[in-house]
Design a protein around this ligand. Structure first.
Ligand SMILES: Cc1ncc(COP(=O)(O)O)c(C=O)c1O
Length: 483
């Protein structure tokens, strides 16, 4: 593992050996269906009950208020749709959410909008935080449910859920919180928090994938998504995954016991990584996205002036560093993050953001090693500073808005062409083994020289295989020796 560094724990965290051990033991020893009346079934049921008791105790709720699910996505869907549909019977058809939620929440709200619900998507400030006043203003007598996340999965910003919960309690509106990313590092006491529904996922806390839980406070209106047997008090029918549930409980136990030390360590890893990147790329070439105070300790979302996310991710991968854009990857091309867009960040920060997230197995030595590798990669690149990029963004925005359609197209093609030539010239004069990226087609549709494309294509296919196919309509990768 020495030459590879996994800095993508927010996407999925590695299974802890203790968890694997527990799961193996359950898989070996537990036979049968937990709903069966015989001794085998009762033993399986006991494992589930023990897991539920343990997690409920750690969260400060009643075991009966916890429902096991297939993960965070299902918990979010069930919480929002289940509560909204139940509340519709009382004439409540309005949902409040924020623009920076996980897609499991946003797309559920979109689907409910199709069913006739009205959805208010609250804006956030430039650090990704929702304003409590905005929630207060958005609440109406017909609000069915409010859903605002705890810790953001892309930038790590923590939302003021206590203050929002006090408002919703006063208004008598159920409040759902997606705590999938925060469970591992933030203390959660459901006995004290004014929250009615909360989503969790095991694979973000070194538990198995495909299992999670939803807290539903006693008395919260709820309609199940699924119909079938009596499992989970008829709220989530289907034969339980006993081994996964037991693994989830084991992972939860560890995470509660080690939370404070883990949090301090992750925070140290994060700040050291940011310091190293600033030293390598230059202080004025990076920007850290998210809230500097209200944030998760393990996520660092960083923009790099003069680079773009795809190039960065691919080169990081070649250097053995696994990171992520934090945004959806659709048919091989990266969409710009809806979270960063909602934060209203300048274009260069949107287009060059990379999420690094730390966790189990990462060490300080690893951070230094990965930083050394990046240093070698960065040595081959000549990059404009943040200020230059900002000035370019502002000029092109002002220029575009001041032009009429045809002259704009023509002129911006020319200026983009000049930019590509300048970048190439700068990169040509430099040493290092980094790969330069040439825009094959710019925003305005400009194509660089065909011979350049031809020379690159065969090399790229050999080197990157299918990855190049994925980015093929937008980028050509140009190795130094071909420049
Ligand atoms: C904030 C948040 N909510 C929900 C989910 C979905 O969880 P799962 O992968 O368990 O379906 C994720 C996963 O990345 C997440 O980060």
């Amino acid at each position: 593992m020495n030459d590879r560094h996994y800095f993508d724990h927010a996407a999925s965290s590695p299974l802890h050996p203790d968890v694997a051990e527990t799961m193996l033991e359950v898989m070996r020893e537990t036979v049968g269906n937990a709903s069966s009346m015989h001794a085998f079934g009762r033993a399986a049921r006991q494992r589930i009950n023990r897991a539920r008791d343990l997690i409920a105790e750690g969260l400060g709720c009643e075991p009966g208020e916890l429902m096991f699910t297939s993960g965070g996505t299902e918990s979010d869907n069930a919480a929002i749709a289940g509560t909204a549909r139940a509340r519709r019977k009382q004439g409540k058809t309005h949902i409040i959410t924020s623009a920076v939620e996980h897609h499991a929440v946003l797309h559920t709200c979109d689907a409910l909008e199709q069913e006739g619900f009205r959805v208010t998507r609250l804006p956030v400030d430039e650090t990704g935080r929702v304003s409590v006043d905005d929630v207060r203003e958005a609440l109406t007598p017909d609000t069915a449910v409010v859903t605002i996340m705890h810790g953001n999965n892309e930038v790590g910003t923590i939302q003021p859920i206590e203050e929002i919960g006090e408002l919703t309690r006063a208004a008598g509106v159920p409040f759902h919180v997606d705590a999938v990313q925060s469970l591992g590092t933030e203390p959660i006491d459901l006995g004290r928090l004014p929250v009615d529904l909360m989503s969790f996922s095991a694979h973000k806390i070194n538990g198995p994938q495909g299992v999670g839980a939803l807290y539903i406070a006693r008395g919260t209106p709820f309609e199940p998504l699924l119909h079938g047997g009596n499992q989970e008090r008829k709220r989530r029918p289907g034969t339980e995954n006993v081994a996964a549930i037991a693994g989830f409980a084991r992972a939860f136990e560890r995470c509660v016991n080690e939370r404070e030390t883990k949090k301090l360590f992750l925070d140290k890893l994060r700040s050291t990584w940011i310091e190293r990147l600033a030293a390598i790329a230059g202080e004025d070439r990076i920007a850290v996205n998210g809230n500097p105070l209200h944030r998760l300790p393990h996520i660092a979302n960083i923009s790099f002036a003069g680079l773009d996310t795809e190039t960065l991710l691919m080169n990081l991968d070649l250097a053995g560093v696994a990171a992520s854009s934090g945004s959806a990857c659709t048919s091989g091309s990266l969409e710009r993050s809806h979270v960063l867009k909602a934060m209203n960040l300048p274009r260069w920060r949107l287009e060059s953001a990379v999420r690094f997230s730390f966790g189990l197995g990462n060490t300080m030595e690893e951070i230094e090693l990965a930083a050394q590798k990046l240093k070698r990669f960065c040595a081959g690149l000549v990059l404009p500073t943040r200020r230059l990029i900002q000035a370019r963004d502002q000029t092109s925005t002002a220029y575009r808005s001041s032009c009429s359609r045809h002259p704009h197209r023509q002129k911006s093609r020319e200026s983009e062409g000049r930019m590509v030539r300048r970048t190439l010239a700068a990169q040509r004069s430099h040493s290092g083994d980094g790969l330069a990226v040439v825009r094959r087609r710019t925003r305005c549709g400009m194509e660089p020289r065909a011979d350049l494309r031809r020379r690159c294509r065969s090399y790229c296919r050999r080197r990157f295989g299918s990855q190049v196919e994925g980015c093929g309509d937008r980028k050509v990768f140009l190795p130094k020796r071909m420049r």
